[in-house]
Design a protein around this ligand. Structure first.
Ligand SMILES: NC(=O)C1=CN([C@@H]2O[C@H](COP(=O)(O)OP(=O)(O)OC[C@H]3O[C@@H](n4cnc5c(N)ncnc54)[C@H](OP(=O)(O)O)[C@@H]3O)[C@@H](O)[C@H]2O)C=CC1
Ligand SMILES: N[C@@H](CCC(=O)N[C@@H](CSC=O)C(=O)NCC(=O)O)C(=O)O
Ligand SMILES: [Zn+2]
Ligand SMILES: [Zn+2]
Length: 377
């Protein structure tokens, strides 16, 4: 490979300051060190979490940085000791690593991995605690261990899933975050059973993927809650059977749902990132067994609250990261499921733009029509 072992200069979208438009820059990307992989990113989507960090509300948000964590590409080169991928492999970068060796990975109880989390939380690589990105000599922080708003990125080898080379990268990039998160929240975290009543707060990509997962699990009532009535038509295609807009009711939304479901739902999912709604999602659950899963990411300083009596009387409060999927093992399986038409992806892609148009893509993300916007990088 002509570029192997050399610095690559390529285009990337740099976030210099919170809420200031991203700048398309010529970025220098250093070669991968031991245990690292340099990936040519071909397609990346935007997730609400990118907007959250860009907003300045993420306590781990560091600037200047290269955001992006829902992408697909091709391995350009690998560092010393990398055995599981090689140049030319088609891959999905995974912000939730899977080393298969740490106490988290070995526990069998979680998909969280501890091997590199300390480095990814401070925007650097594990080896030397430095960034592989720079612009005119100034280091640019990594983000979530992925930084996919760049034509080339460097990731840890434990953060890259090798996938079927026949899979269309412009579609399966979505398996880097939102769709698995929603499906896995239902299948892995809540373990919804057939016949259950489910409430989903927030009908964006993550909420709709929860609906898709709940339908596949055989849920009988799937109640979507959103503040925009236009969301319902689209949500029906993903499995939502009933729609509630809190603005149409005087009573608190949890009471509305309790009344609708003879005492509360079996499972609820908060897919917004709003701590008041997290409380409502818990309190709309049935006494004795109702389980609420927090999926949304809330801003720094926000805290959840409820009367402990809600838990004493049998409701369960849980959370999920990447839907509980073990990334390197299970992302390739999700790709296969998509190829076998067992899960949707195309239906979540409402817009397609290029990396140069990334600021327009962020504007779209805040409009009600956009689920996922895929950028050609
Ligand atoms: N735990 C994890 O691993 C992951 C968490 N996330 C988080 O999940 C959340 C959802 O992500 P994503 O689907 O991309 O985001 P979206 O913004 O697309 O979805 C959120 C939806 O909730 C709606 N909404 C906003 N306020 C309310 C309200 N008060 N009541 C009901 N609905 C409301 C929004 O409407 P409108 O568009 O009109 O504002 C939107 O349709 C985010 O917080 C994201 O950071 C994402 C991926 C992984
Ligand atoms: N830095 C953020 C962390 C936000 C968060 O919870 N991220 C999710 C993924 S959100 C994807 O779109 C996650 O996987 N969390 C587990 C983890 O190890 O980060 C903050 O501090 O708010
Ligand atoms: Zn995401
Ligand atoms: Zn691990």
């Amino acid at each position: 490979m002509a570029t192997q072992g050399k610095v690559i200069t390529c285009k990337a979208a740099v976030a210099y300051e919170p809420n200031k438009p991203l700048v398309i820059e010529d970025v220098e990307v250093a070669p991968p060190q031991a245990g690292e992989v340099r990936v040519q990113i071909l397609f990346t989507a935007l997730c609400h979490t990118d907007a959250y960090t860009w907003s300045g509300k993420d306590p781990e948000g560091l600037f200047p940085c290269i955001l992006g964590h829902e992408a697909a590409g091709i391995v350009e080169s690998v560092g010393e000791g990398v055995t599981e991928v090689q140049p030319g492999d088609h891959v999905i970068p995974c912000y939730q690593a899977e080393c298969k060796e740490c106490k988290f990975c070995k526990s069998g109880k979680t998909n969280l991995c501890g091997k590199i989390r300390g480095a990814t939380g401070v925007g650097v690589m594990m080896n030397d605690k430095k960034s592989r990105f720079s612009v005119r000599g100034t280091p640019i922080y990594h983000f979530m261990g992925t930084s996919t708003f760049s034509q080339y990125t460097v990731v840890h080898d434990v953060s890259v899933a090798k996938i079927d080379p026949k899979a269309p990268l412009e579609k399966v990039c979505l398996l880097g975050c939102g769709v698995p998160t929603g499906l896995g929240a239902v299948w892995n975290t809540a373990k919804v059973e057939a016949g259950s009543n489910v409430a989903i707060f927030g009908l964006g990509t993550v909420g709709l993927a929860v609906a898709e997962g709940a339908k596949a699990a055989g849920a009988s009532r799937i109640i979507g809650i959103d503040i925009d009535n236009r969301k319902f038509d689209r949500a029906k295609d993903f499995g939502v059977t009933e729609f509630v807009n809190p603005k149409d009711h005087e009573k608190p939304i949890q009471q509305v749902l309790v009344d609708m479901t003879d005492g509360g739902v079996d499972y609820s999912f908060e897919c917004i990132g709003n701590v008041s709604i997290m409380r409502a999602a818990l309190e709309c659950c049935h006494k004795g067994w109702g389980t609420s899963v927090i999926v949304g990411v809330a801003a720094s300083g926000q805290e959840i609250a409820t009367r402990p009596f809600q838990l004493v009387t049998g409701r369960v409060w849980k959370g999920t990261a990447f839907g509980g999927f073990k990334s390197r093992s299970q992302v390739p399986q999700l790709v296969d499921k998509y190829m076998n038409k067992e899960i949707k992806i195309d239906e979540y892609i409402t817009h397609n733009l290029t990396l140069e148009e990334i600021n327009k893509a962020f504007d779209l993300l805040h409009g009600g029509d956009c689920l996922r916007c895929v950028l050609e990088v």
